[in-house]
Design a protein. Structure first.
Length: 254
């Protein structure tokens, strides 16, 4: 039942603190997820435990050798031949919430973290099931990308966010940006909070949150609106909001 993550890395110490605090730490304690780090260097066969070498054809930097990676992945897969092996790279499929949800249905993920100029191409061809990118920027290694992936995937595992909440909740808001949140005090240096939130009128509060989520998404991430599946009622609400934004931008609004 529990989901397993095997992380193949040259820097296993990077994973000790970030994944053991707070929500993920509790999920590990509860046995909902298991995170193991595997040091690729332990799968070298030479006495100096060399895991990288210079690129054929010349050029900058070093490339991670195929044999230690092969042996490390084969070791991880020996416990579960159907484990799904992922390589983190800017060349991969863009990571998003849908991909996180899909990966959360896999009982066992193997995450290969590259350093330097990356790994020998044959390691990717022979042992990797899927390549994933966490965004269009260059990291010093795949380790932080693997942590991002583990964090987002774990939120989908039942119980990780507590017994009631899950990442699957509030389907309307999932495809949109969040509405604004407030907590005490109700007045901070003269700045109040939206009155409706103090009204105790739950349907009015729901409507306000829906409007704010739609407004924020149309202003900041219109690309997300295209993907969201809105009901006819939501679409009407969105039309109203877009009209209002137009009015505000033309200067005759409030
Ligand atoms: N790297 N999304 C280069 C990334 C990355 C990303 C990982 C840096 C692989 C060799 N990984 N190494 N962006 O920038 O996943």
């Amino acid at each position: 039942m529990r989901m397993k993550f095997d992380i193949l890395t040259l820097f296993p110490n990077m994973f000790s603190s970030p994944l053991q605090e707070s929500i993920l730490g509790k999920a590990i304690e509860k046995g909902l997820i298991q995170i193991r780090t595997i040091n690729i260097r332990d799968f070298t066969l030479d006495k100096h435990q060399v895991a990288d070498d210079s690129p054929y054809g010349g050029g900058q930097g070093m490339v991670m050798k195929v044999e230690p990676i092969a042996r490390a992945i084969e070791s991880a897969k020996s416990q579960n031949p159907s484990a799904w092996a992922v390589y983190l790279t800017p060349q991969g499929k863009p990571f998003n919430q849908d991909l996180a949800r899909r990966l959360s249905t896999r009982p066992h993920l193997i995450l290969l973290c590259g350093r330097y100029e990356g790994v020998d191409e044959r390691a990717r061809e022979l042992f990797i099931d899927e390549e994933i990118s966490i965004g269009d920027y260059v990291l010093t290694g795949g380790e932080l990308a693997a942590m991002v992936l583990i964090d987002a995937v774990s939120r989908f595992i039942p119980g990780v966010l507590g017994s009631v909440r899950s990442a699957e909740d509030d389907s309307f808001f999932n495809s949109l940006l969040e509405y604004p949140q407030y907590t005490r005090p109700s007045d901070f240096r003269g700045r109040g909070i939206p009155e409706v939130l103090l009204s105790g009128n739950h349907s009015a509060i729901s409507l306000w949150r829906k409007r704010e989520a739609l407004r924020r998404t149309s202003l900041r991430r219109p690309d997300l609106l295209a993907k969201a599946n809105l009901s006819d009622e939501d679409k009407k609400l969105l039309e109203e909001i877009l009209q209002q934004i137009k009015k505000e931008q033309s200067g005759d609004g409030v």
